[in-house]
Design a protein around this ligand. Structure first.
Ligand code: S3P
Length: 165
């Protein structure tokens, strides 16, 4: 069993909202590795970062992504930083991976003040710019479909992904 499509992109790219529409259209469940990590740890992501540190979060994330890639028959949304792990990028080979591409202005307006996203607790705009610059090549490396999302409606983005699947 493997996901119908895996969604990647930076925070604010719209993975959750686009994922919901895709899941409805495909009549398949949506799974989000952030939610799996919260369930495993028994606490919110910001508490994991504060109590246990980012390295611990990343190790939970690698395990969550691996498990979901092996078992989930539906739409799978990965946390924005999941692709930082070389082993995760390796695991993504052979999957259909849609990279939701977003410009800085749209990403900033979608995440607002970054509530619940520990990496954006300070200076969300500068941090997002940094993360976008750093991670863009990694998203492009794993993507089989690249979908521009800036200024576009969720339905339109989902339709393009469905068309390309
Ligand atoms: C992160 C993105 C978040 C979450 C965590 C770290 C990142 O997921 O996994 O806060 O490193 O970009 P979303 O992209 O779903 O917000």
């Amino acid at each position: 069993m493997k996901p119908v499509v895996v969604l990647v992109g930076v925070m604010g790219a719209g993975k959750s909202t686009v994922g919901q529409v895709l899941a409805q259209r495909l009549e398949k469940p949506l799974r989000d590795t952030d939610e799996d990590i919260v369930a495993t740890a028994g606490k919110p992501i910001s508490d994991i970062f504060v109590d246990d540190g980012e390295d611990h979060f990343r190790s939970l994330e690698r395990a969550a992504v691996k498990a979901a890639l092996e078992t989930h028959d539906g739409v799978l949304a990965l946390g924005g930083g999941a692709i930082l792990a070389p082993e995760t990028r390796e695991l993504l080979k052979g999957h259909r991976v849609a990279y939701l591409e977003v410009g800085l202005a749209d990403a900033v307006s979608r995440v607002g003040l970054g509530a619940g996203r520990p990496l954006l607790a300070i200076n969300p705009r500068a941090t997002l710019k940094h993360l976008l610059d750093l991670r863009r090549p990694l998203y492009e490396e794993v993507a089989t479909i690249v979908v521009p999302t800036s200024g576009r409606a969720t339905d339109d983005i989902a339709a393009e992904i469905l068309h390309q699947l």
